[in-house]
Design a protein around this ligand. Structure first.
Ligand code: ADP
Ligand code: MG
Length: 245
């Protein structure tokens, strides 16, 4: 793929003796939206965490926007500035207000002047429809609201790529939709490259260009969402889909 913004070539990773990623080959085009699914323990989180070096791979190559991930910390820092990540458990700073959660990175890392950082933060809080909560602390918000704040916080760093690791799986069912709606809006309005680990099929069908199925550390099957869900080819994919649908 000529215009790939993420290239993973024969990537392998072990936790001790446990071979968690096996010969992963994955090119992600600029602006592409990918949903990653698969059974628990199949290596989905590890795969996306390797893209911003939250986990280290031992073999193969990962190149993000032209920079290969190596032990060179300057490269890792450069890549982390381009890659935002949203986790299952929000990971907001509990002792900072919502607004401060959004401005601390831009002010300290990007050296953005405070007033400008706050103006941008308010813009993103409006985008995730939560600007009226700007002066509250995370603990005063619902799970769905906290996750929307976490998404806005990532966007404030102006990433080129967003990684989502099961962003709705810790939420009460009635809050899942408000977070998915924000993610759908982001996909439709921004043209951002997105990799999202999720089993939300409605989201995948609406947003994904490609669905990737992992099992036991390997990419087993990938396809457009409609083909993937309606006509899975591999037996393991069929078994997995029969369990989540
Ligand atoms: P998934 O996100 O698909 O559920 P993970 O990438 O979290 O899978 O984990 C894949 C496998 O690696 C699991 O068997 C898990 O127990 C194991 N694993 C994850 N993190 C570690 C770690 N830090 N040390 C050892 N084993 C780990
Ligand atoms: Mg996981």
């Amino acid at each position: 793929m000529a215009d790939a913004i993420i290239r993973m070539k024969d990537v392998n990773k072990w936790y001790g003796k446990f071979h968690v990623l096996r010969n992963i080959n994955l090119d992600v085009a600029q602006g592409e939206r990918i949903v990653v699914c698969g059974p628990s323990g199949s290596g989905k989180s590890t795969l996306i965490r390797c893209i911003n070096r939250l986990e280290e791979h031992q073999k193969g190559q990962i190149i993000v926007d032209g920079t290969e991930i190596t032990n060179d910390l300057r490269d890792v820092e450069a890549i982390r500035r381009e890659v935002g990540m949203v986790f299952q458990h929000f990971n907001l700073f509990p002792h900072l207000t919502v607004l401060e959660n959004l401005t601390i990175g831009p002010i300290w890392v990007l050296k953005t002047p405070k007033a400008e950082a706050e103006a941008r933060a308010m813009k993103y809080l409006e985008r995730v429809r939560i600007s009226e909560q700007a002066l509250k602390f995370p603990g005063q918000l619902s799970g769905g609201q906290q996750q929307r704040v976490a998404i806005a916080r990532s966007l404030c760093m102006d990433p080129k790529i967003m990684l989502f690791d099961e962003p709705t799986s810790a939420l009460d069912p009635e809050m899942v939709k408000e977070v998915l709606d924000v993610m759908i809006g982001l996909a439709e309005e921004s043209g951002m490259t997105m990799l999202c680990v999720t089993h939300e099929m409605g989201f995948a069908r609406k947003v994904a260009d490609r669905v990737i199925f992992m099992d036991r550390g390997e990419i087993i099957e990938q396809n457009t969402p409609d083909a993937f869900f309606d006509d899975p080819q591999n037996e393991r994919t069929k078994l997995f889909l029969s369990q989540i649908l």
